[in-house]
Design a protein around this ligand. Structure first.
Ligand code: FAD
Length: 294
């Protein structure tokens, strides 16, 4: 929330820090620069506290293990977005994308934030690759009202890219085959894909190269980081999220609760707020035997 979501979408001073200050005034103690599982043993939590809520987010990124992945200039989206927000909040300059041809791999919200941030840093060009087909302009027959309409739309990043460079930066039904370069990424070899029952298959003969001195991988998140969960022996579900029923939020370890993205998978702020509040109620019930929390 604090470093991943770019400032143009969520003002950290006006919204996040204001809320943190209110919580501090209510008596909540924030211990910063402490990574549980690294410089504070996870099992120590069980000795120091009567109840523990795990709310560590779902930050394990999906990787793209193709040749050239280790070339300098190929980054996970969150490395780029976090460094950008941190520099902004510290009053420093961070312009990794400046004057570069940028390729963003992933057509979701995180990819869009990479597009918007690269534009603000002054990139030379921007391309966003999406492995799925371009959505239809109108609802498909199997997507009737009142379902959420799965139709083509432009988010702020694509609108800004179109305003600057003249077109939506997305290419659909395409994936990266390899990253090119010698000591530094200079391009991405891409190929069209065709969806079959076995998943996306490359279409031979459609390979082409995009210039790229910066590549950002934004292909979704695979679940929570697991160090703390393993240390505490907390059970995970089949998607590797923490196994805890919505509404109760209890894990298999007595006194340990889970809420937010680490429980439901990468989601939205409204759900994190909803789960945080409801989980606080359940912790109150656990500690007091009853609760007056809504
Ligand atoms: C790039 C990006 C853009 C997004 N844009 C939007 C948007 O526009 N709208 C929207 O609704 N949602 C958006 N989201 C999703 C939203 O950020 C999350 O759903 C929400 O922040 C989840 O809240 P959370 O409290 O569960 O986890 P997080 O906000 O991820 O918080 C987890 C916290 O736990 C800390 N932590 C993790 N491990 C440890 C540890 N071992 N020890 C100590 N601390 C630890 C982390 O540092 C972090 O502060 C976006 C996400 C990303 C990545």
């Amino acid at each position: 929330l604090m470093y991943g979501i770019p400032n143009m979408k969520l003002d950290k001073n006006e919204v996040v820090l204001r809320r943190i200050r209110l919580l501090e005034q209510e008596g909540v103690k924030f211990v910063v620069n402490t990574e549980v599982g690294k410089n504070y043993p996870a099992r120590q939590l069980l000795k120091d506290f009567h109840a523990v809520v795990l709310a560590t987010g779902a930050t394990k990124p999906r990787d793209l293990k193709v040749p050239g992945r280790d070339l300098p200039g190929v980054h996970f989206a969150m490395e780029f977005l976090t460094a950008n927000t941190k520099a902004l909040l510290d009053g420093q300059e961070y312009r990794l994308a400046a004057d570069k041809d940028v390729v963003v791999i992933g057509g979701g919200d995180t990819g869009t934030d990479c597009v918007g941030t690269s534009l603000r840093q002054g990139c030379r060009s921007i391309t966003q690759l999406e492995i799925l087909p371009k959505p239809p302009l109108e609802r498909a027959p199997n997507n009737p009202w009142p379902e959420w309409p799965k139709i083509y739309r432009m988010d702020y990043g694509q609108e800004e890219a179109a305003a600057k460079f003249g077109a939506d930066p997305r290419q659909y039904l395409v994936t990266a085959k390899r990253f090119l370069g010698d000591g530094q990424v200079t391009g991405v070899e891409i190929v069209n894909v065709e969806w079959t029952k076995a998943g996306p298959q490359p279409v031979p003969g459609t390979e082409r190269t995009l210039p790229a001195q910066l590549v950002l991988l934004a292909m979704g998140f695979l679940g929570p980081e697991e160090t703390v969960l393993k240390d505490l022996r907390v059970e995970q579900d089949e998607r590797t999220n923490i196994k805890a029923e919505y509404g109760r939020f209890t894990t298999n370890i007595r006194g340990v609760f889970a809420a937010g993205d680490c429980r439901r998978g990468q989601s939205l702020v409204v759900w994190a707020i909803n789960e945080g509040r409801a989980c606080a109620r359940e912790v109150d019930r656990y500690l007091m035997g009853q609760t007056v929390q809504p």
